[in-house]
Design a protein around this ligand. Structure first.
Ligand code: FAD
Length: 334
């Protein structure tokens, strides 16, 4: 069985950065990721959206952030196991007193001296529309839940479904490349920033509210109005128009799986940690969106900082001799 100082569960942005940092601290490290690609939410949910609030990076897309994190990780020796879902983690203590974690995935088993949980939002799956042909259209590449390449939408007639920030942002972005963009939302009001809603009103996006999809095929979409309470007559109006692609923005469902017995969790299923990012279990640390503490902010820059705190704390317990003061990256790699 392969043995490491540290196993990181989840190769989202925080896990990837933690992997690099652990290598810089001299730990042998492996990352395990359930998806076929690393990068977590920025890569899967908003690859082409720009992120503006990471220190030193004025604007970077989800895809480019992932690329950069992988490049940074490549600087240190590591292993990364994609397409493997961690199912269970057990711990035992050797005769020497050394704690050992045994990590079981759907394909393999690994061992380590410490665990870092960076499982973020958990296993992510999109919320579906729930009507006929959804799966067929998805398989034919005519319906999707997130955009991987804007170019696929060039000169196309697009229906964007949803009324949150993501739906409005995509409608406005697609307006620049598509031949026609329709935004369909079941309520009159949007759940988006006021400024984005104002931009939408000034755009060429055709807004259909309060409407919902009643039928679709590979050529057209039919939407029906949702009668509002207190409105008379309570009639239902139907509209059918040609469409090339549908982008569904109904949000995502996340599944948090408890991987270790007796791990202390909040009511929302987040891991409670102390100021060193250690859970209630010795040797088990957390960082990023999967953890909670007083004042926690679920943002990338905060998650990166938590990864640093966790790795520095565990380095001292794995290697008592380590002098963290000599650990500036400019010196280590200089
Ligand atoms: C639309 C949108 C826009 C955003 N914009 C910003 C922004 O502008 N600035 C900002 O700072 N933040 C932003 N965020 C938040 C940011 O994306 C998250 O804070 C960040 O992704 C958290 O990173 P993470 O690595 O902790 O978790 P995640 O990105 O959720 O990654 C967790 C990884 O763990 C994997 N995983 C989970 N369970 C298992 C398991 N059992 N076995 C193996 N692998 C597992 C998942 O597949 C995933 O790859 C945005 C989020 C969204 C949805």
């Amino acid at each position: 069985m392969k043995n490491y100082d540290l196993l990181i569960v989840g190769a989202g942005p925080v896990g990837l950065y933690a992997g690099f940092y652990a290598g810089m601290r001299g730990l042998s490290v492996a990352l395990i990721e359930t998806s076929a690609v690393a990068g977590g939410q920025p890569q899967a949910l908003y690859p082409e959206k720009l992120i503006y609030d990471i220190a030193g990076l004025p604007a970077i897309s989800g895809t480019d952030l992932t690329k950069n994190l992988l490049e940074q990780l490549a600087r240190i020796p590591h292993e990364i196991f994609l397409n493997q879902r961690v199912e269970k983690i057990d711990s035992s203590v050797k005769n020497s007193g050394q704690q050992i974690f045994s990590v079981k995935t759907n394909k393999n088993r690994y061992q380590s001296k410490a665990i870092l949980l960076t499982t973020g939002a958990g296993l992510i799956s999109p919320r579906k529309i729930g009507i006929s042909y959804e799966e067929e259209l998805e398989q034919a590449g005519k319906l999707s839940y997130f955009i991987t390449s804007i170019e696929d939408y060039r000169n196309q007639k697009i229906a964007v479904l949803g009324g949150g920030d993501s739906a409005l942002d995509w409608a406005l972005t697609l307006e620049n490349v598509a031949s026609e963009v329709h935004l369909i939302h079941r309520r009159k009001a949007f759940r988006a920033h006021e400024m984005t809603a104002e931009l939408l009103n000034d755009s060429t996006v055709k807004i259909h509210v309060p409407y919902t999809v009643s039928a679709m095929n590979d050529k057209e979409i039919t939407i029906k109005s949702i009668p509002q309470r207190n409105e008379t007559p309570q009639s239902e109006e139907k509209l059918t128009f040609p469409i090339d692609k549908i982008l569904v923005n109904y949000g995502f469902l996340t599944e948090q799986v408890t991987l270790i017995d007796q791990l202390s969790l909040t009511r929302n299923g987040k891991i409670t940690v102390n100021s060193q990012m250690q859970s209630n279990l010795a040797g088990v640390y957390g960082a990023g969106d999967t953890i909670d503490y007083l004042g926690k902010v679920p943002l990338l820059s905060v998650g990166f900082g938590e990864a640093v705190a966790a790795i520095n704390a565990m380095t001292k317990t794995i290697n008592f001799e380590h002098n963290l003061r000599k650990g500036h990256s400019s010196t280590v790699f200089g």
